[in-house]
Write a new protein. Structure first.
Lengths: 259, 68
């Protein structure tokens, strides 16, 4: 970037419609439009050094000569920390943050059987939905969507407010077991660097010993703010000795607001 | 890898000496440069002396009363 105004001293730019201003080593920077002219700003572009910083979300403010702010516009995505980047504000651009702020329908699905690695949820992207699912067909099994005793499989959530939904479904395809009590343990866990903490535990969910139920679904929904380096997962256990066929569980996380 | 982000700019005509400020959003970030692209227009009262007379009136004068 050829800087024709090092140190923030304003002078003519590469062309008469452009001002290129050198930074002054700070995290904020201002430019005062020249006097005596009608102005129509078409773009503002900054380059950032975030090598010593966390993720940064630049914001533009436009104020009158006496400091009255008339507009603010924050970027929709972070410039990641530990690197460099740029932020542009320009007329007629689409906002990058166009995903819905609700759970549907934006997202992607991760299918899990066995013990997958941790799924790292990207930063940013309000409304991003991530699903974690697993299926089993045998009796008395446990679905681990987290590594309770081992590596912290599950979602590695960046700091921020997340909507978490856990769902498990089970049933029997045989009339023989229609009156069988189905028991399911759903444990919603938060795993930090020092161990496992039960964030919310679904106690045994009895259908009832005389229940005429072939299928049942249990769902839990929570909105919580997570600090950095937290993993969430879902553990679902069928009690042994009870014949069950269809059995699967889904954990989804949706980012609700900006960090 | 550098992260480049973009967003729409508020579409405003600005008074002279308006102030454009960018806050990087993290105190540890350093803004290394800023580029502003804009169009400028001279106010009419400054242009009037150098513009050719329009409909016979010069210097930005208002037409006399009764003259369309």
């Amino acid at each position: 970037m050829p800087v024709d105004d090092p140190g923030g001293v304003i002078a003519a730019g590469p062309d008469r419609q452009t001002r290129v201003i050198g930074g002054e080593g700070g995290s904020t920077m201002s430019y005062r439009l020249p006097a005596g002219l009608f102005q129509y700003v078409e773009s503002v572009y900054v380059e950032l050094d975030t090598s010593g910083a966390s993720d940064a979300r630049p914001e533009l403010a436009i104020a009158t000569d006496n400091g009255v702010v008339m507009a603010r516009k924050r970027q929709g995505e972070d410039v990641l920390g530990g690197d460099t980047g740029s932020a542009t504000w320009a007329l007629r651009l689409d906002d990058e943050r166009r995903q819905p702020d609700t759970a549907l329908p934006y997202g992607y699905l991760v299918y899990k059987r066995g013990a997958p690695s941790t799924v790292v949820v990207p930063t940013g992207a309000v409304g991003k939905k991530v699903l974690f699912t697993s299926a089993q067909a045998s009796d008395g099994v446990t679905i681990h969507l987290d590594g309770v005793t081992g590596s912290p499989d599950g979602f590695d959530l960046p700091v921020g407010l997340w909507s978490l939904t856990a769902m498990a479904h089970w049933g029997s395809s045989s009339p023989t077991y229609e009156k069988t009590a189905f028991f399911l343990n759903m444990t919603f866990v938060k795993i930090g660097t020092t161990g496992t903490v039960d964030m919310e535990t679904f106690n045994v969910l009895p259908v009832g010993s005389n229940g005429y139920v072939n299928n049942m679904t249990a769902m839990y929904h929570n909105v919580a703010t997570f600090p950095p380096t937290q993993f969430v997962g879902l553990q679902v256990t069928q009690n042994s000795g009870v014949n069950k066929d269809l059995f699967y569980a889904v954990l989804s996380v949706v980012r609700m607001v900006d960090a | 890898m550098a992260t480049n982000v973009a967003a729409p700019l508020p579409d405003l005509s600005l008074e002279d000496e308006a102030i454009i400020t960018v806050d990087a959003g993290d105190a540890g970030s350093v803004i290394t440069s800023m580029v502003i692209h804009f169009t400028q227009e001279l106010p009419r009262e400054l242009l009037a002396p150098v513009l050719p007379p329009l409909f016979g009136y010069a210097n930005g004068d208002e037409p006399p009363l009764g003259v369309a």
